[in-house]
Ligand binder design. Structure first.
Ligand SMILES: *Cc1c(COP(=O)(O)O)cnc(C)c1O
Length: 408
């Protein structure tokens, strides 16, 4: 039997002693919620009313015809409130915070999507909210910072280290140890010390539960394969959980950046650059050097460039239950282009990684097979990056004209 909070060799809770009591309380509240059927009812009712759940499973007729193999279905997590699957996690944790009687939430954010989702949840539940964000990211992601502040959150730029996501996580932990009584740390993905990996995955399992039911209703049987992009691993864990015990192949797609041999990627489970380590409170495969210093990662998708990965996925990789692949930045832009043109759907750059791998494999499968692509979020947020990638001249003109207006 594996120890509680571990998944094979991975996971655990490597936390300072001052946090032990707080983690015990969180674990107890989470255990209670899991055993209480009315909690899941309250959660799904909240998600139905506030976040458009159940999200549709859209049959992509034109893409299916284009590739001429499997029938392609898209799970529409983009239709959640705030535009991505992150809502599932933050709203679930919001209910737990309410049960614990705490009044303040903190969170880390990289690209700002998890910060946005947490600020939204805090506004709805009436919690005070502080978001830690690397100074470099604050500068890069101004639109998200703007909305977080407008929803009443305080955004704190972190000036340590590389001034990006991992530094924001460290700073959020520092805040937590000094404000244990009234504060909950809303971790953004299925990583970090136990119980976060399992708890976040549990909230995200709403995706897979719906998708498993929907595909049988719409296609008549289970899919051959399910594809999801992998940053920290929460949307992938969410959809995979609907199919873990079935004869369904599960495919996780990591950020291939400029290619796996370029050093400019974020492939932890499918590349050769990651190694086992303990950091940020848990054990998993990290992109690190021989001294345990974290490496710089790169992806066109800001949500996929984290140095660690869910310990649950590290375990599923060991067990060969999930196959891991990668997609390069340029493949991602091509898949996004095709999906917009053929289906009128704009996937987030993160989600487009899953589309790349599904497109590579769809024609290998027979017409009566189905595949599901988990579309973790919408691409509207990526307009700056996408317009730049398409080198769109009128977009440039637009930006310059807006800047000129401010200079007047
Ligand atoms: C944050 C984010 C991701 C990556 O996070 P996971 O925990 O790996 O799911 C993927 N897609 C979108 C749209 C995101 O916002």
């Amino acid at each position: 039997m594996t120890r509680k909070g571990f998944f094979g060799h991975w996971g655990g809770a490597y936390i300072p002693e001052v946090l032990h009591q707080t983690f015990r309380q969180l674990q107890e509240e989470y255990d209670k919620a899991r055993q209480d059927p009315s909690f899941w009812q309250e959660y799904t009712a909240l998600m139905a009313n506030y976040s458009c759940r159940p999200t549709p499973l859209t049959y992509a007729a034109n893409l299916s015809r284009h590739f001429g193999g499997a029938q392609i279905y898209i799970k529409r997590e983009d239709l959640n409130h705030t535009g991505a699957h992150k809502a599932n996690n933050v709203m679930g944790q919001g209910l737990l915070v309410q049960r614990m009687g705490k009044k303040r939430v903190i969170a880390e954010t990289g690209a700002g999507q998890h910060g946005m989702a947490t600020a939204t949840m805090a506004a709805k539940f009436g919690f005070a909210c502080t978001i830690y964000m690397g100074e470099v990211d604050v500068r890069r992601q101004r639109p998200n910072v703007f909305w977080m502040e407008k929803m009443g959150a305080t955004v704190v730029p972190v000036k340590d280290g590389s001034r990006t996501l991992k530094d924001a996580i460290n700073e959020a932990f520092r805040d937590w140890v000094t404000n244990l009584d009234d504060t909950h740390y809303v971790f953004g993905t299925a990583c970090g010390p136990a119980p976060f990996p399992e708890m976040v995955s549990w909230f995200q399992s709403i995706i897979g539960r719906e998708a498993a039911r929907q595909i049988v209703e719409q296609h008549g049987r289970l899919p051959a394969r399910v594809y999801a992009c992998v940053g920290g691993g929460s949307n992938a864990m969410g959809v995979f959980q609907g199919f873990l015990n079935d004869d369904v192949e599960l495919v996780g797609v990591e950020a291939g950046g400029h290619g796996l041999d370029s050093g400019l990627h974020a492939a932890r489970l499918c590349g050769r650059d990651a190694s086992p380590g303990v950091a940020q409170g848990y054990k998993t495969m990290f992109l690190q050097n021989d001294d345990g210093q974290m490496l710089e990662t790169h992806s066109v998708a800001a949500g996929l460039d984290y140095v660690g990965v869910s310990p649950i996925l590290s375990d599923l990789a060991d067990k060969k239950r999930v196959r891991f692949e990668s997609a390069t930045d340029s493949e991602v832009i091509a898949a996004l282009d095709l999906t917009m043109r053929l289906e009128g759907i704009i996937p987030a750059l993160e989600s487009s990684h899953a589309f790349v791998q599904a497109f590579k494999e769809a024609s290998d499968l027979p017409n009566n097979a189905a595949i599901i692509i988990n579309m973790s979020g919408r691409g509207d947020k990526d307009i700056f990056t996408i317009a730049h990638a398409f080198d769109d001249p009128s977009w440039k003109e637009f930006i310059i004209a807006r800047a000129d207006e401010y200079r007047k």
